[in-house]
Design a protein around this ligand. Structure first.
Ligand code: SAH
Length: 354
């Protein structure tokens, strides 16, 4: 049993079952035992890998899309260039290298990173090689200034709750114990105003997920973009309107039981982009576009060809595999979606449909 499993079973014995959100919060961010709080889980040797770790092309194209938005909005001086959950800092490093080519942008930009993990903050500091950076615990303390922001695989790490539709309302899916083991159970049915908008498209037995912490984050970002200008790109797995159980645990690049090793596996859930759009009142938002289509529209294939000219052998093979992995529908191309926020009436973000 992991130390966190012991702590949770004791807590459940004393105070009763916990929500999946409470479980995810401790599994990911418990200061002593949390998965992100205590390690760098990314990369080939870690538990999972992400688009910026697969190829520099990802961060480069994000950088160009944000730079285009900056130019479209009249090159405002003093902007916030921000990332939510920057992992190893690879994406922001690739963005900064790329936007050097855009006159005036780097001089205008202050880099702000929202990161809860002390271990990953240290990795980000190294990756950004001495450039001044301000770290934040949440989006609420980002400066009141034009905001150009990327969030890749951030929202999937935020704690969700699950509810199963019942004749008399909704039953929350909770975590209790069975002997020493953690196990799923159901709370008593109750009406839930939060899910009134799902009464039309669900039937008894259907499961829906909610992610309460996503709303204030999106609200903080869209308030700044509406007031001062800017753009946000949110990239993650998920879809418009969630349905079904998407809680998943990954360890050593393989799926595992989400209750098996609390604190030792990455826990995520699909992002409900409709819920993000509802929280983004005040800004315009794009249609949801698949990552494959978005990257193709931004020219990933031309960029891949240009980079391939200096490569040969295994490096060339892995570069070709990386291009496929980011864009192909059978890999990350269709599962991952891109969602953009821009001020009402401004030009849509490059690669996205208004
Ligand atoms: N964007 C990176 C890393 C994705 S992993 C990449 O694409 O490689 C998720 C990241 O979000 C990690 O940096 C993790 O520490 C951070 N994170 C997760 N939950 C968070 C929270 N509640 N507040 C701030 N950062 C969080």
């Amino acid at each position: 049993m992991t130390p966190l499993a012991q702590l949770l079973t004791r807590r459940i014995a004393a105070a009763g079952p916990i929500s999946i959100a409470e479980y995810m919060t401790d599994c990911l961010m418990h200061p002593q035992f949390g998965y992100y709080a205590t390690r760098d889980p990314l990369g080939i040797d870690g538990d999972f890998t992400t688009a910026p770790e697969i190829s520099q092309m990802f961060g480069e194209l994000i950088g160009l899309a944000l730079a285009q938005a900056w130019v479209d909005q009249g090159c405002p001086d003093r902007i916030t260039l921000a990332e939510l959950g920057p992992g190893r800092g690879t994406c922001m490093a690739d963005i900064l290298r790329t936007v050097r080519a855009v006159p005036g942008l780097l001089g205008a930009a202050e880099v702000h990173l929202v990161e809860a993990s002390p271990v990953l903050r240290a990795r980000q500091r190294d990756a950004l090689g001495g450039r001044p950076v301000t770290w934040h615990d949440g989006a609420d303390t980002l400066p009141d200034a034009p905001l150009f922001l990327i969030a890749n695989e951030f929202f999937d790490a935020l704690p969700i709750r699950q509810f199963i539709r019942h004749r008399d309302g909704w039953c929350e899916r909770l975590i209790g114990t069975d002997g020493d083991a953690l196990t799923f159970g159901l709370g008593t049915p109750a009406p839930l105003a939060l899910l009134d908008h799902r009464l039309g498209d669900t039937r008894p037995g259907d499961l829906v997920e909610t992610c309460a912490p996503a709303q204030p984050v999106i609200a903080e970002i869209s308030r700044r973009i509406a007031a001062h200008g800017g753009a946000a790109l949110v990239i993650d797995y998920g879809d418009w309107r969630s349905q079904g159980d998407t809680l998943q645990a990954v360890r050593a690049h393989a799926a595992t039981d989400p209750l098996a090793d609390p604190g030792e596996a990455d826990l995520t859930a699909h992002v409900d982009f409709e819920a993000l759009a509802l929280a983004a009142a005040g800004t315009g938002h794009s249609k949801l576009t698949t990552q494959g289509v978005f990257l193709e529209r931004l020219g990933i294939t031309q960029r891949a060809r240009a980079l391939s000219e200096q490569l040969g052998g295994i490096a060339l093979e892995s570069h070709i595999a990386a291009h496929r992995r980011l864009t192909h529908p059978a890999e990350m191309g269709s599962l991952f979606k891109v969602f953009g926020l821009t001020p009402v009436g401004s030009k849509p973000l490059a690669g996205l449909d208004p």
